[in-house]
Design a protein around this ligand. Sequence first.
Ligand SMILES: Cc1cc2nc3c(=O)[nH]c(=O)nc-3n(C[C@H](O)[C@H](O)[C@H](O)COP(=O)(O)OP(=O)(O)OC[C@H]3O[C@@H](n4cnc5c(N)ncnc54)[C@H](O)[C@@H]3O)c2cc1C
Length: 365
Amino acid sequence: MPTRYDVIVVGAGPAGGTAARYAARRGLKVLLVDKRKEIGVPVQCGEYVAQNDEVRAIFPTVSDLEDLMAVPYRVREVDTPVIRIWSPAGRRYDIPFRGFTVRRDKMDQGIAAQAEAEGAEVATETTVLRVHGEEVETNHGVLHARVMIGSDGPRSTVAKSVGLEWPVSAPAMSATAEGDFGTATDMFFGNLAPGGYAWIIPKAGCANVGLGTWEHFRGNLRALFDKFTADHELEPGKATGGFVPVQGPPPRTVAGNAMLVGDAAGMVMATNGGGNNVAMIAGRIAGNTAADHLLDGTPLDAYEARWRSAVGGPLAQGVRIKHLADRFFGSDRLLELSMVLLGRRRMARAIRCQPLFVRGSASII
Ligand SMILES: Cc1cc2nc3c(=O)[nH]c(=O)nc-3n(C[C@H](O)[C@H](O)[C@H](O)COP(=O)(O)OP(=O)(O)OC[C@H]3O[C@@H](n4cnc5c(N)ncnc54)[C@H](O)[C@@H]3O)c2cc1C
């Protein structure tokens, strides 16, 4: 492997694979590294992706989604037209929302293959231990990059190395359960998953089942997962755990020659924990900004303004709604009441990280 690159992308999830793809498309010498032996394995995801028309409604300035989302669409399994939100007492609120499920391992592998097809090199079993200026210290020695893209997930080594660590993340766990689960996506709220929710997301001949909590959770996640799956008579396979950065992006995502993207930059919709779509949108912006910087001298800082203008508003709104919801989480009685008061229409807005209460032209929250 050569040691000098224009861009080294650390982490081959949807954010990193996408960033590498678009940077390589512009003719840069790009290396995409991941510590895993096989990209995308094990899956640590509910495997739910929002359809492009929903994404356009939430992030109206984002264009050319067909090119961006080609792989998720190619590996899609089940179209799910409705999210059924269940209150602690079992009230059901049906929210029309168009999404689909994927094999997430196939999705990450497919995006990395797209990056390779554009000319990027891909190196697995390559762990980045630290970055410093243009140096990238890995388990295979030191590499050099003019630009670094940290897409190494919620506990990002790159973020830590460049002083942009943002430690707020919440534990989650999921597994696959065999069976026919129809097409609705179910989200269950209450103390069964404090501060978060449990889910059953239909896939082809099976479902992704799991739960996520909040960042304050200090209990036994496995016990909650076992109880939830037993209560719903699910027979999950091997479960995997992960973390979801639920407090939104940090104040800065660029430092020196490094940009952060995806979970490494807290780019998750705080009201639903979804980060796949945003990771890819911001990944494209990161890859293109690296190219603009190296080819035309655009300051790397432009990345900050570009991704915030594309997705920053709804991400910030999601955090505001989550802070409001956090006041009710922890008490099933309060949560039940707040869900009744919120009603189906406002829940639909919350899921999309849109303002819940609007007075005149101003949104109150
Ligand atoms: C249990 C669970 C369920 C979820 N369900 C959904 C869902 O249904 N829909 C949705 O939209 N979002 C979901 N999310 C969130 C979603 O998975 C993330 O937002 C998304 O994966 C972010 O992509 P990413 O590329 O930023 O990071 P990741 O997908 O986390 O990829 C980071 C990559 O970096 C690699 N890496 C980490 N450290 C290093 C290192 N030091 N050196 C080299 N490589 C490194 C990792 O191996 C990994 O491949 C879920 C999250 C969890 C934990």
